[in-house]
Structure formats: C-alpha cells, structure tokens
Design a protein around this ligand. Structure first.
Ligand code: HEM
Ligand SMILES: *[C@@H]1O[C@H](CO)[C@@H](O)[C@H](O)[C@H]1NC(C)=O
Ligand SMILES: *[C@@H]1O[C@H](CO)[C@@H](O)[C@H](O)[C@H]1NC(C)=O
Ligand SMILES: *[C@@H]1O[C@H](CO)[C@@H](O)[C@H](O)[C@H]1NC(C)=O
Ligand SMILES: *[C@@H]1O[C@H](CO)[C@@H](O)[C@H](O)[C@H]1NC(C)=O
Ligand SMILES: *[C@@H]1O[C@H](CO)[C@@H](O)[C@H](O)[C@H]1NC(C)=O
Length: 213
C-alpha cells in the first residue's frame, strides 16, 4: 500500500464520526462454504455483517455470524439490541492469519466488559489476508439477553427487518490474541436493519458441521 492509500484508508475510518449509511439487507451465499446469510454492508470502509439462523419460529436459537472488514478496521463490533448499551455485543479483529472474537457488554458508553451470557466458537473461514479480515463464528446466547435481572429481550426470527448496531475503530487493539485486551473507541458507529426471517435455513445444522470440520 502506498502512503496515499494508507492516508486515505485512515481518513475513511478516523475521519468519519457520523453515522455512516448502510446498504439494504441482501441474501449472500459464501462461495467458500455455501452458507447463505442475510448480509448488510455499512460504513465508509465498507464492513459486512452477516447472520444465518436455523428455521425456527422463536428464540432461543444459535446464530452464525460473519464479519468481513478491511484491515483499516482494527476492530469492528455488532450490538444485537441495536444500540451500544445493555445488550449483547460481539467484537472482532484480525489475529495473525485468522481472527478473534470477544464477547462483551456495555452498561455505559465506555469500553465494553467481558460478557458470560454468550458463547462463541470460531469456525472455518476466519481468515486474514493482505487487505481484509473475516470472522466466521457460531454464537450460542446471542438471540436473547437479560438486562440487570429484568425482562428478557429476544430477537424475532420471523422479522424481515431487525435493528442492529455496529461500530468500528482505526486504532489497534492491545493484544490481538487476547479476547479481553484493551481497546480504543470507535470512529464510526451506526445502525442497520437485517432480514432475519430471510436468514433462516433448514440447512443450519449442516452449515455448522461443515464449518466445524
Ligand atoms: C472502547 C470501546 C468503546 C468506547 C470507549 C465507546 C464509547 C462510546 C461513546 C462515548 C459513545 C457516545 C458518543 C458518540 O455517540 O459517539 C458511544 C456511542 C455508541 N457506541 Fe460505543 N464505545 C465503545 C465500543 C462500542 C462497541 C463495541 C459497539 C458495538 C456495536 C459500540 C456501539 C456504539 C453505538 C451504536 C453508539 C451510538 C449510541 C448508542 O447506541 O448508545 N460502541 N460509544
Ligand atoms: C497461519 O499461521 C500459522 C502460524 O504462523 C501457520 O502455521 C499456518 O500455516 C498459517 N496458515 C495459512 C493458511 O497461512
Ligand atoms: C475467546 O476466543 C476464543 C477463540 O479464540 C473463543 O472460543 C472464546 O469463546 C472467546 N471468549 C470470549 C468470552 O469472548
Ligand atoms: C444500563 O444498565 C445499567 C445497570 O443496570 C443501568 O444503571 C443503566 O441505567 C442502563 N442504561 C440504559 C441506557 O439502559
Ligand atoms: C482477502 O479477503 C477479502 C475478503 O474475503 C477478499 O474480498 C479478497 O479478495 C481477499 N484478497 C486476496 C488477495 O485473497
Ligand atoms: C421452514 O420450515 C417451514 C415449515 O416446515 C417451511 O415451510 C419453510 O419453507 C422452511 N423455510 C426455510 C427457509 O427453510
């Protein structure tokens, strides 16, 4: 990458503190795995967030999550409740030639804390190349959460439009091999909608088995 390209890449993330626009949710089938996701692409750097779920009518359900980000995004995150505070957050970043996932929760607008309520398995297709990193992970516990002993929030698998939030940062994480490393605030954040009903598949179990193998 030439200096001009690097400068442009940093500006693309660091220069944009506004809520960047998101493309509409589309169906995306990964040519590597044949897994089909509902996918939305957000932000100036262009980061894709993808979900696939089993053919269920109600929570709880497991979620296949794929994030594809340019390396200028030193971390990217998704908040399943559509805002930063008091809901399940998955953060991810490049780690060598693979990627890392970190389960988090924020009760204030500060660095999100470790969250025990969701469990992630990193799957095949979590690779980092010259330009991009990709996380492919199975989440158990991302389809519902309980805030502060209060009522349970659930994702509606029948909805053609759930509201999710995302954020990304141009600042490197402390130790990419450590889930709970220190990290710096986002330069971009926003919300997007995803067709969760369209993310359903009868093949979910075989998707997971293929990606585990
Ligand atoms: C070091 C980590 C983080 C810090 C210090 C931080 C801090 C903040 C602060 C101060 C705000 C309010 C100011 C503003 O609107 O820009 C904010 C808003 C926001 N943040 Fe974070 N954040 C962090 C991580 C995350 C992560 C991982 C997500 C994942 C999606 C996220 C999503 C959002 C969103 C969507 C907003 C808009 C307002 C809201 O939904 O509450 N943040 N953050
Ligand atoms: C990824 O890095 C590891 C450790 O450095 C290495 O053993 C492995 O062969 C690499 N894989 C690929 C696909 O480059
Ligand atoms: C930490 O990362 C590992 C994979 O390296 C993953 O299996 C584990 O669930 C992660 N833990 C949390 C709490 O994020
Ligand atoms: C988030 O949860 C904390 C702890 O229960 C609570 O004090 C705070 O008011 C909540 N914030 C929002 C925005 O719901
Ligand atoms: C790197 O990964 C991204 C995301 O999957 C892909 O679009 C790009 O073609 C890959 N680059 C190379 C050189 O393989
Ligand atoms: C889900 O199951 C229902 C009932 O068996 C079926 O009608 C529908 O086609 C299935 N949807 C998908 C996406 O597999």
């Amino acid at each position: 990458m030439g200096l001009l390209h690097i400068t442009a890449a940093i500006l693309a993330l660091a220069g944009a503190s506004f809520s960047a626009p998101a493309t509409p949710s589309v169906k995306y089938c990964d040519p590597e795995s044949d897994v089909c996701y509902s996918s939305s692409t957000v932000g100036v750097a262009a980061i894709s967030f993808r979900l696939a779920i089993p053919n269920v009518t109600a929570s709880p359900f497991d979620i296949l999550l794929q994030i594809v980000a340019p390396k200028t995004a030193q971390w990217a995150g998704i908040a399943f409740g559509g805002h930063m505070i008091n809901n399940t957050i998955a953060m991810a970043w490049a780690n060598g030639n693979t990627s890392m996932v970190s389960s988090r929760w924020a009760s204030v607008h500060e660095i999100p804390e470790p969250y025990e309520g969701a469990e992630y398995t990193i799957l095949k297709g979590s690779v980092t190349n010259e330009t991009h990193w990709t996380l492919t992970t199975l989440c158990k516990g991302c389809s519902s959460w309980v805030h502060d002993g209060g009522s349970k929030t659930v994702l509606d698998p029948n909805s053609p439009s759930i509201n999710l939030a995302w954020a990304a940062s141009p600042y490197p994480v402390g130790d990419p091999a450590d889930n709970y490393t220190m990290l710096a605030i986002h330069s971009e954040h926003g919300t997007f909608s995803l067709d969760l009903a369209g993310a359903k598949s009868d093949n979910f179990e075989s998707y997971v088995n293929t990606l585990l193998a």
